[in-house]
Design a protein around this ligand. Structure first.
Ligand code: ZN
Ligand code: ZN
Length: 126
């Protein structure tokens, strides 16, 4: 993850978070392929074929979202509907939605507040 953090600590302690929220489709290799908005189903149909039933589409598509581990602050992206909600770094099951940390106390320094990165505010969000 090389992009600038979407959210950061108001205390400038160096803590930053990357936020992802996007639809995906699973291709035949089992990989999750990003489906760009506004209509993710266009990409999904392209990959699964025009004949794909809506049931099949549903099974092969989902939404990936950013989470952060409450214990070790590891960032991960997963589909909470389909994936085990567990930290890949420390196996802790207490994951927070990255989005839900905005406006809350910084989990690293516990002094600042998590806010949107002001440098990114004028950029279009995916
Ligand atoms: Zn962890
Ligand atoms: Zn902080």
């Amino acid at each position: 993850m090389s992009k600038d953090p979407d959210f950061m600590c108001s205390n400038k302690c160096g803590f930053g978070l990357h936020y992802y929220y996007y639809a995906y489709v699973v291709n035949d290799k089992g990989e999750r392929v990003f489906c760009p908005p506004p209509d993710p189903m266009v990409t999904a149909r392209k990959i699964l074929g025009k004949e794909a039933s809506s049931d099949y589409l549903k099974r092969r598509t989902g939404v990936n979202e950013s989470f952060v581990c409450k214990k070790c602050l590891y960032e991960l992206v997963l589909d909470a509907q389909k994936d085990p909600v567990v930290c890949q770094a420390c196996r802790c099951k207490e994951l927070l939605k990255t989005k839900d940390l905005v406006g809350k106390q910084c989990p690293k320094c516990r002094k600042g507040t998590i806010m949107e990165n002001p440098a990114l505010q004028n950029q279009p969000r995916p």
